[in-house]
Design a protein around this ligand. Sequence first.
Ligand code: FE2
Length: 86
Amino acid sequence: MQEIQKERFKTAQDCREDIIGELMAITQYENHYYATDDPVAKATILDIMNEEKLHVGQLFGLLFRLDEVAQTQFEKGFDEFLNDDE
Ligand SMILES: [Fe+2]
């Protein structure tokens, strides 16, 4: 594997791991959101959780730049979901 391909591969793999980390963070924040009745805590956790969801989108943008097949397959899967939902 050429050096540039190795670097691209490593960055794509890191990006996938970062997406997993963001999804795990969202899950944890959502659990904490529903675990409290404190309105200030809820508002704070909700704000942070929504920021993590934005990060997922940013990371998918980066991944798709690094791995065009990932983007194509993602879009096919999304289209299948939309069509199955009708
Ligand atoms: Fe994040």
